[in-house]
Design a protein around this ligand. Structure first.
Ligand code: SF4
Ligand code: SF4
Ligand code: SF4
Length: 359
């Protein structure tokens, strides 16, 4: 039995650039660095990592970007074929904007590497410049869902979404499209978002929106139709005492983001600016590098407001990349207070649908 971590999450950026230019993009969208990852050198890195820890049994290797599917597909297959046997319990996936033509090559990636399970993103007014682009995304989602793909939709919680869109409208749209899992991503102050602070909503408005999403989801019994991963990350603490997703506070320990140029960081949102090594480094040197230790230490510390918080035991302090605004945190605090008070474990189990938070 290994004494090292069992959990590994690799975000492997096939490129740092994209054909879109979202205002919140943490790799700087269309202005991100051009070029592809090196499948040979990256494969050697995975083999070195495997020698140090062959026991990773939980987690995944996800192609990221920029837009990962812009990369020549043979490079993606090359690394997958060379490395898929290393940790057979880890699944391979992709996070893609799906705003392109679904060529046979690309379908092959979704079918064979992703085993028909992957993620795509959605937001309002910051991703697609034309209705035609948005329609292309929808058509692609429908086509893939009809072909049996299990899609996770990542919703970006911009100011526009929080101010102008009801949570149930988004949930119903996803359900109508046949999306299997939905998650809600808060914007961190990295890349393009740092240049466009107006797209980051106020924490107090986020808090109200999350509470509304819960109330509407209970009323419409959305758990019958779609798996809400954001709720899962809250509810596992009430039902199973586990802290999953953005509440784990262990991202910097289990995540390695490999930029397309071979530099390595932890959390993908900070991986462009806060690299701590490269794929050519000795693994132990990389693991114990000063930059990684700083990230881990920063993540271990909690903001001052957490120390007196009545729902700390459920929240665990939330994602360390998000900012406190005038002593108001970005977490769904009002919702957690309500859940704690009502303690309706049977209802929470319905939402969790068997998920216990030991990812
Ligand atoms: S957020 Fe994603 S889709 Fe948008 S510009 Fe960045 S990489 Fe492209
Ligand atoms: S640190 Fe925050 S933004 Fe980064 S992967 Fe974890 S939850 Fe996501
Ligand atoms: S709800 Fe806010 S204050 Fe409370 S533990 Fe979570 S992040 Fe900290």
């Amino acid at each position: 039995m290994s004494v090292l971590d069992q959990q590994l999450m690799i975000y492997l950026k096939t490129t740092d650039t994209c054909q879109l230019n979202c205002e919140h993009c943490f790799t700087n969208g269309i202005n991100g660095k051009k070029g592809w990852f090196d499948p040979v050198a990256t494969s050697e890195f995975f083999h070195k990592l495997h020698k140090v820890n062959p026991y990773y049994s939980n987690g995944n290797i996800s192609f990221h970007g920029g837009e990962p599917m812009l990369c020549p597909i043979d490079k993606m297959f090359e690394i997958w074929n060379n490395c898929k046997h290393l940790w057979p319990d880890l699944f391979w996936s992709v996070q893609t904007n799906l705003t392109y033509n679904l060529t046979d090559d690309r379908l092959k990636v979704f079918n064979e590497i992703c085993n028909k399970s992957f993620g795509t993103s959605w937001d309002s007014n910051i991703r697609w410049e034309t209705d035609k682009q948005q329609q292309l995304w929808k058509d692609n989602v429908k086509l893939l869902v009809d072909d049996g793909h299990e899609i996770t939709m990542m919703v970006c919680l911009s100011t526009d979404v929080i101010k102008n869109i009801e949570p149930i409208t988004i949930l119903n749209m996803a359900i109508d499209l046949g999306i299997a899992h939905i998650n809600f991503e808060r914007i961190t102050n990295n890349g393009n978002a740092a240049l466009n602070p107006k797209i980051i909503p106020l924490n107090i408005d986020l808090d109200k929106w999350f509470l509304k999403m819960w109330n509407q989801s209970v009323e419409h019994k959305t758990y019958k139709y779609i798996n809400n991963i954001f709720f899962n990350s809250i509810l596992t603490s009430f039902v199973y005492g586990t802290h999953s997703g953005c509440r784990c506070r262990q991202c910097e320990q289990k995540i390695f983001t490999i930029n397309a140029n071979g530099s390595i960081g932890g959390c993908p949102n900070g991986a462009v600016d806060r690299t701590f090594g490269t794929i050519w480094d000795d693994i132990i040197d990389l693991m114990t590098s000063e930059g990684r230790m700083c990230n881990i230490s920063e993540e271990a510390q909690r903001p001052a407001v957490c120390y007196t918080c009545p729902v700390y035991s459920n929240c665990h302090g939330d994602c360390h990349q998000l900012e406190i605004q005038d002593n108001i945190c970005p977490a769904p605090k009002s919702l957690m207070i309500k859940l704690q008070k009502e303690n309706d474990i049977e209802l929470y189990k319905k939402f969790l649908n068997g998920f216990i938070g030991k990812e």
